[in-house]
Write a protein that binds this ligand. Structure first.
Ligand SMILES: Nc1nc2c(ncn2[C@@H]2O[C@H](COP(=O)(O)OP(=O)(O)OP(=O)(O)O)[C@@H](O)[C@H]2O)c(=O)[nH]1
Length: 607
């Protein structure tokens, strides 16, 4: 299995592509994934900041009406001095101002005697509160129309002295409008209120009364709800005393006319947030309560110098998870799609690269099996195409080289055959020539050592043999000279003389062979009509007998010529040769001379 992978080029290429893809795509996906969370947090933060700004804007709008009333009072201050002196003018003024500032619920004036005149909007209608005697005492309540005309008496509260109220007292401490703390409504304790009051004095500084504006902030809850970022998210406002002023969480409602404490009412996320450093505002914080993760943002609204409204947004992180999960799933899907695409492209690329290599392998296998005309049918302009072209050219070259080699081989075979044939012919001729030469040599040797006329040893041959043999063994040397041969020549002619010489040699040779079968006797012609016989190892008697037989043989065997017998005789001189053949020859020659002198046809042997 491992071997298959190790030697599988396709697998290797795929793995290489996958590794490259992983090395490229993984950081991108991780960056994307990481950025998705980061982007999500940034998005949440911006949404919170947007909601926070929107909420502050709404708070501004809420409080702006009240501020504008006092700004306007400053402009009509002189006129107001007269107005506060007349209760009907005062009511007209209050009604007119209230109807022009829709965010203001109650507008009222308390005189230095503790009396109150208040007009406002509550419970779907207009209400007029008026001290019965324009001073501290009973306080009557009426329903009215929009311009303050009384319709119905609704209630009378007991003794009411404005001077005992904190807002009255606090206003006297400064010339500026004073925001009260938020509080549950005096009449409807489910309502959240806030007052802006300001002392009113004449030019001499004499106190003429205290103006007051009440705002009910219940519409804030609607605003908070509209600024909730998620279904399970909450938005709440609380002051620096830890009192929850408004909240989208139903558990944070006024109870028994008391504002809920943020510490007592704290949910796990709030307590966790309060434990954290809340100094950094308008920044999203991740709060892990152990059971759930929350994203929270704190901000604040500066109502007055010492009056801050804290704003808190928080939502479970899971409310934002679906989009994040969508992004994660998209990232995963993207990775899978890219991986599959890379595999597909890798497969195509691998096929593109490997196809010609497989063709090349197939072609080389065919060539190895002998099909030299195999070619790779590939036309590409890349390196693989170049490789195929080179391979095809190499195959062409191989074919032409092999053809040339075969032609050379045939030529060499033909030449070898021709050479062999010529060698054979030459050998035959050489053999013939050698045989001829040998025969010629033998002939020449024979001619050199034989007498041309008689065929027996000539003088040189005889002497060589005599000199050699006489060194080894002593023997008898016989010299024979035909008697009166001049007369034969003269009588019968030289030609017949030659024939008689040949006849003489044959007769002597026959006698020698007959008598000396195993002997090493040598018979030679040493001159014109002179012959010699070397008889090694022959005793004196035998020589004597042989000489007689030779002479007798010539008598018995004449040469026949034209029916006529021609008899020839010979004189013989013989000497015994010990070692010196020349001495022996001289001695034999002397004995031959002696034989001639004694009458010829006889043998004289040296004693
Ligand atoms: N036909 C022939 N004659 C030869 C040859 N060689 C020598 N003769 C002859 O032999 C003769 C020898 O003569 P001589 O020396 O006078 O001797 P002869 O006549 O034999 O007398 P004697 O020797 O005294 O018996 C000469 O006439 C030579 O010409 C030869 O080869 N053929």
């Amino acid at each position: 299995m491992t071997k298959t992978f190790t030697y599988n080029l396709t697998f290797k290429l795929q793995m290489m592509l996958m590794t490259l893809l992983a090395m490229t795509a993984l950081p991108i996906v991780m960056l994307w994934y990481h950025n998705s969370e980061k982007v999500m947090f940034q998005t949440i933060e911006r949404l919170y900041q947007y909601s926070s700004a929107n909420l502050k804007e709404r708070l501004d709008e809420q409080f702006q009406d009240a501020r504008q009333i006092f700004e306007q009072q400053t402009r009509i201050r002189q006129e107001l001095i007269n107005i506060v002196a007349d209760s009907s003018l005062l009511l007209d003024h209050i009604v007119t101002m209230l109807n022009h500032h829709y965010n203001v619920d109650y507008y009222y004036f308390a005189n230095p005697q503790g009396g109150l005149l208040s007009f406002g909007y509550s419970n779907g209608g207009f209400t007029l509160l008026q001290s019965a005697q324009e001073k501290a005492g009973p306080l009557n309540s009426f329903t009215t129309n929009f311009n303050g005309q009384k319709r119905q008496f609704t209630a009378m509260r007991g003794f009411f002295d404005a001077r005992e109220r904190d807002w009255y007292k606090d206003s006297l401490k400064t010339d500026q409008p004073v925001w009260s703390k938020m509080y549950p409504g005096a009449v409807d304790t489910s309502l959240l209120g806030i007052s802006l009051t300001k002392a009113f004095r004449d030019e001499a500084g004499k106190l003429l009364g205290v103006w007051g504006v009440d705002l009910t902030l219940n519409s804030l809850i609607k605003e908070l709800k509209s600024n909730k970022l998620s279904d399970n998210g909450e938005v709440l406002l609380f002051n620096n005393d830890g009192q929850i002023l408004a909240s989208t969480d139903k558990r944070h409602t006024l109870q028994n006319g008391q504002l809920p404490s943020i510490n007592k009412q704290a949910t796990p996320v709030i307590s966790q947030l309060l434990r954290q450093n809340t100094a950094s505002t308008d920044t999203v914080k991740l709060v892990d309560t152990g059971q759930q993760q929350w994203v929270a943002l704190t901000s604040y609204y500066q109502l007055a110098q010492n009056n801050v409204i804290n704003i808190l947004f928080y939502s479970p992180l899971s409310d934002f998870s679906p989009p994040l999960n969508t992004v994660k799933r998209a990232g995963l899907l993207f990775t899978i799609v890219i991986s599959l695409l890379a595999l597909f492209i890798g497969a195509l690329a691998t096929r593109h690269v490997l196809k010609p290599i497989h063709q090349l392998i197939l072609a080389t296998r065919r060539i190895r099996e002998g099909d030299l005309h195999t070619r790779i049918p590939l036309k590409r302009r890349d390196e693989v195409g170049l490789l195929a072209d080179n391979f095809n050219q190499m195959s062409d070259h191989l074919v032409s080289t092999l053809q040339a080699l075969r032609a050379e081989q045939d030529k060499t075979l033909r030449l070898n055959a021709l050479l062999e044939e010529q060698n054979h012919s030459l050998e035959t001729r050489v053999a013939i020539r050698t045989r001829e030469l040998k025969a010629a040599n033998q002939k020449l040797k024979h001619m050199a050592y034989s007498d041309y006329l008689t065929g027996i040893a000539n003088r040189r041959s005889f002497w060589e043999r005599l000199e050699n043999d006489s060194q080894c063994q002593p023997g008898w040397l016989l010299l024979m000279d035909l008697d009166n041969f001049k007369r034969v020549n003269d009588q019968y002619g030289h030609h017949i003389g030659d024939n008689i010489l040949k006849h003489f040699a044959q007769v002597c040779d026959g006698i020698l062979r007959h008598n000396l079968e195993d002997s090493e006797a040598l018979f030679g012609r040493i001159g014109g009509e002179e012959f010699a016989i070397w008889l090694p190892g022959i005793d004196d008697d035998t020589v004597q007998q042989l000489s007689s037989q030779l002479m007798d043989g010539l008598k018995k065997c004449p040469y026949l010529h034209n029916g006529q017998s021609i008899y020839v005789s010979t004189s013989i001189g013989a000497s015994y040769c010990q070692q010196d053949p020349h001495q022996a020859y001289a001695t034999a020659d002397q004995r031959l001379y002696d034989a001639k002198e004694k009458g010829k046809n006889q043998a004289v042997l040296s004693s």
